[in-house]
Design a protein around this ligand. Structure first.
Ligand code: HEC
Length: 188
């Protein structure tokens, strides 16, 4: 894998948004869209979790429907709309569909080591296609802990619905996972 650029601020792709051909211009536009969309989804979850915490509502299935579920659905919807492959990936995953692939595991280690790293782009292949993968940090906040802290404190619905759950034992500020968007090269 080849790292192309580190994204310091959402929406700012340093040294990258320099179009030379129409195909590249198209690719850059899709990348910028992916970066903006992941910022939007992260802010969305953050806001939803904060609201959930403030209301003091129980951390049940309905609460999940108001916090992480809409984010997962929006990821899928965006992917369909833009032709991306988009996932949330985690080493300590809750939904096995979100288990980090080998490349994502390595990237997560990099994000663990470098806590100032917010997002990154790299040239890679996925499902036999070449393209660019954008990954962005997901950080645990206090408002997440109702569902992602100690194993024994997990809400009942989580114990029942996620027998393979590993997404517990987190503390605020820790790396929870990555948003991952793969954008296949244009014209392929
Ligand atoms: C009301 C409970 C609840 C709260 C609060 C909550 N989550 Fe989740 N979270 C879940 C459930 C349930 C899933 C499994 C989603 C699925 O089935 O795909 C999940 C999945 C995730 C995933 C997808 C990766 C995986 O492990 O499957 C991430 C990332 C995540 N949560 C981050 C957060 C963050 C960050 C916060 C706080 C800002 C938060 N969650 C708050 C219940 C919650």
């Amino acid at each position: 894998m080849r790292v192309i650029s580190h994204v310091v601020m959402g929406g700012l792709v340093a040294g990258f948004v320099v179009a030379t051909t129409p195909l590249q211009a198209q690719q850059n536009e899709r990348l910028a869209k992916a970066v903006a969309e992941m910022e939007r989804l992260d802010a969305l979850r953050s806001g939803l979790a904060a609201t959930f915490e403030q209301t003091g509502a129980p951390a049940d299935q309905a609460a999940f429907g108001q916090v992480c579920k809409p984010v997962g659905l929006a990821m899928q919807q965006g992917a369909k709309e833009h032709g991306w492959i988009a996932r949330q990936v985690a080493v300590k995953f809750r939904n096995p569909a979100n288990q980090a692939d080998a490349e994502a595991v390595r990237l997560m280690q990099q994000f663990q080591r470098d806590t100032s790293l917010r997002g990154m782009m790299l040239r890679t292949t996925m499902d036999g296609r070449s393209g660019i993968r954008y990954v962005r940090r997901i950080t645990v906040e206090r408002s997440c802990l109702a569902c992602h802290s100690e194993m024994n404190k997990r809400p009942e619905f989580i114990k029942q619905n996620y027998p393979l759950d590993r997404a517990f034992g987190f503390r605020a500020g820790e790396l929870r996972g990555l948003y991952s968007v793969f954008i296949p090269d244009a014209g392929r």
